[in-house]
Design a protein around this ligand. Structure first.
Ligand code: FES
Length: 349
């Protein structure tokens, strides 16, 4: 059984060698030149049982093999050169029309080279051991312990600084690869400007059903619901944000915000059909509760209360369209939507 007498003395900071096991002729690797506090051990205390006595957090794979380390460096440089070339190719691909397959191959090679290079650096040229620290005492952390932890962390940069060639190359690779990642922004297409906030509904535009026929208020019975579209060149608009629901709530108590007085025709109200969560058509109407339900994620909107969401992931109400009738008695929009339609959350506070 091991006793503390068998354990090595704690090396003092600044020691260069501790030949633990040297008597066998095979010097063992042990912790050198470190503050024992890095292992949670107070100087002068016997080495505790819960800390392996021969652990070393400074050893790395090619520490004693300069030629091997050089070969590892060259392999890493090769990987990162591939990343650079693939990044340049990626830029050229985008300038030359952004072929999707070619761009994908370039991305793959660039990421692969970068990743493999970093893995090799970590595996071959950096210390990568698990280090066990003593559980120690769970007192208030002393200043000396905090300094030891800071020292221990700062020692982590030393192995990297030891490789100035790789360090500089990593900076260059990061810059070129970073620049290459800007090119895919071109795939976002033209800027939408204000298109996201506009629909084909404007003042005086008639509401048409899907067959292209205009609607009179009496066409929709109490508790009836109909999807309508703004008339564009005599046809129902195909604009994705324009589908609107005409709902006849009859005599049900309908809360009308003061700012929306006159936006309805009796019990007939119009709300956007585009769910404010993710843009699905909110088209299931529960006549018992006067609620609209979106089938995608079950957001539920209370039609009698300004189409506010009462359940589900949608966080804002369905926009209301102000409606009236024209000289021939057909339903028209008296204005366009006054707020963003659909999942236009970026337009909200
Ligand atoms: S899109 Fe309607 S709830 Fe998600």
């Amino acid at each position: 059984m091991t006793t503390t007498d068998d354990l090595p003395a704690v090396p003092e900071a600044g020691d260069e060698t501790v030949a633990h096991g040297a008597a066998s002729g095979q010097p063992e690797r042990v912790a050198f030149g470190r503050n024992p506090r890095h292992f949670g051990i107070d100087p002068g205390e016997p080495w505790p049982d819960d800390v392996p006595k021969d652990q070393d957090d400074t050893h790395w794979r090619f520490e004693n093999d300069p030629a091997g380390a050089r070969r590892a460096e060259l392999k890493i440089a090769f990987c990162w050169t591939l990343t650079v070339l693939a990044s340049i190719a990626l830029a050229i691909v985008y300038i030359d029309g952004a072929n999707t397959q070619a761009a994908g191959i370039c991305w793959g090679i660039a990421f692969l080279g970068l990743g493999i290079g970093m893995l090799m650096w970590a595996r071959d040229l950096l210390p990568g051991h698990e280090v066990t620290a003593s559980r120690g005492h769970h007192d208030v952390c002393a200043e000396v312990d905090r300094i030891a932890v800071a020292e221990s962390l700062s020692r982590g940069t030393e192995p990297m600084a030891r490789r100035p060639f790789l360090f500089k190359m990593m900076g260059a690779v990061g810059g070129i690869f970073g620049l290459a990642t800007i090119f895919p922004l071109a795939s976002l297409g033209p800027r939408p400007h204000t298109d996201l906030y506009k629909t084909d509904w404007t003042g005086g535009v008639r509401a048409l059903n899907e067959d292209g026929n205009p609607i009179r208020p009496g066409d929709i019975p109490v508790n009836g619901i109909l999807t309508v579209f703004p008339e564009v060149d005599g046809q129902p608009s195909t604009d994705a944000l324009s589908p609107t629901l005409l709902i006849n709530v009859g005599d049900a108590p309908f809360k009308i915000p003061p700012s929306r007085t006159g936006w309805n025709i009796g019990g007939l109200v119009a709300f956007s059909k585009i769910c404010t969560h993710a843009g699905c058509p909110a088209s299931l109407y529960n006549v018992q509760t006067h609620q609209l339900i979106c089938p995608c994620h079950q957001s539920t909107f209370d039609v009698l209360d300004d189409c506010n969401p009462v359940f589900g992931p949608a966080s804002r109400s369905l926009p209301q369209l102000p409606i009236g009738t024209d000289a021939e008695g057909y339903v028209i929009a008296t204005e366009g939507y006054q707020e963003a339609v659909g999942p236009g959350f970026w337009n909200r506070g």
